[in-house]
Design a protein around this ligand. Structure first.
Ligand SMILES: *[C@@H]1O[C@H](CO)[C@@H](O)[C@H](O)[C@H]1NC(C)=O
Ligand SMILES: *[C@@H]1O[C@H](CO)[C@@H](O)[C@H](O)[C@H]1NC(C)=O
Ligand SMILES: *[C@@H]1O[C@H](CO)[C@@H](O)[C@H](O)[C@H]1NC(C)=O
Ligand SMILES: *[C@@H]1O[C@H](CO)[C@@H](O)[C@H](O)[C@H]1NC(C)=O
Ligand SMILES: CC(=O)N[C@H]1CO[C@H](CO)[C@@H](O)[C@@H]1O
Length: 244
């Protein structure tokens, strides 16, 4: 029993480093394919995909599996400039979109969603939003581009500003079917508040913290991702020897 408690304790110390981000700031924006009506990590209804949704980088999302505290939050995202192109492209039009967070962008060794509390991504940003695009609501061609100059239209990564906004500004707000979590799944594995405010009565807890799960680093190379696990067990074992 004592060994079990020690393992939990060290796992907690090693991993519960979620990013406590400010309500507005800069971030990067990427995009990904999310099939229409797909039920993503938060367990929001399939109809949520008919409106703008995004995945948030794992350490800001606040969980390594299922739902996290970011689920359901709405953010106004505004494009600043393309990130990876040379030179950067500064659009002449201001493009913004209010997204609802319905998914987790997994933590990995590299990648845009690799920002942790102590280490930003190489772009210098701690947060990355991964926009479901194209989608029913955001058609192909939404991102500004300059094909005659760059020779391609998809810049892939953008510097953006983000701001937490009330979900009453989200395009799906007036469609009850797009709000909340799916009813037919076990309610302990889904959480998608219509308009979270940060109060515990309307905001998701961290599924990982609740279930003692470490961040899923399975996309890391096997060696480095095993180090924390091994350290956890060695420390727990030493504690077990010392205190028995
Ligand atoms: C989102 O940001 C843009 C650009 O600053 C602004 O024009 C728009 O009103 C904002 N939308 C909301 C809902 O805050
Ligand atoms: C992205 O935005 C940040 C913050 O505004 C800025 O410091 C950085 O230079 C920008 N990077 C690029 C490649 O535009
Ligand atoms: C595309 O780039 C060229 C060269 O910099 C510029 O002359 C033109 O105005 C740009 N067009 C758009 C739509 O930004
Ligand atoms: C949640 O708690 C806050 C603060 O105690 C309260 O103002 C709010 O009405 C509550 N919301 C719900 C949906 O119960
Ligand atoms: C520090 C870090 O994780 N940087 C990563 C940021 O994202 C780029 C693009 O995927 C990676 O190449 C970097 O390794």
């Amino acid at each position: 029993m004592r060994l079990f408690i020690c393992i939990l304790m060290y796992t907690h110390l090693a991993f519960a480093q979620w990013i406590d981000y400010p309500d507005e700031g800069t971030a990067t924006l990427t995009h990904y394919d999310l099939p229409k009506d797909y039920i993503a990590a938060c367990g929001c209804t399939g109809d949520s995909t008919h409106y703008p949704t995004a995945a948030l980088s794992q350490m800001a999302y606040g969980s390594s599996a299922a739902f996290g505290p970011a689920c359901g939050y709405c953010f106004n995202l505004t494009l600043l400039n393309s990130y990876t192109s040379t030179p950067p492209f500064f659009p002449t039009v201001t493009k913004s979109v209010v997204v609802k967070i319905t998914d987790r962008c997994p933590l990995s060794e590299g990648g845009w969603c690799s920002g942790t509390e102590d280490k930003p991504n190489s772009s210098g940003q701690y947060l990355n939003f991964d926009l479901a695009y194209p989608s029913s609501y955001i058609k192909d061609g939404w991102f500004p581009s300059n094909v005659s100059y760059y020779g391609y239209t998809d810049f892939g990564v953008w510097n953006i500003t983000y701001k937490v906004v009330s979900c009453t500004h989200w395009a799906g707000w007036n469609n009850a079917a797009a709000l909340g979590s799916v009813a037919y799944l076990d309610s302990s594995s889904v959480c998608c508040p219509a308009n979270p405010t940060g109060n515990s009565n309307d905001t998701c807890p961290s599924y990982s913290d609740h279930n003692g799960l470490a961040p899923d680093t399975t996309t890391d190379d096997a060696f480095s991702s095993n180090i924390p696990t091994l350290t956890t067990f060695v420390l727990a074992f030493v504690t077990f020897i010392l205190f028995n």
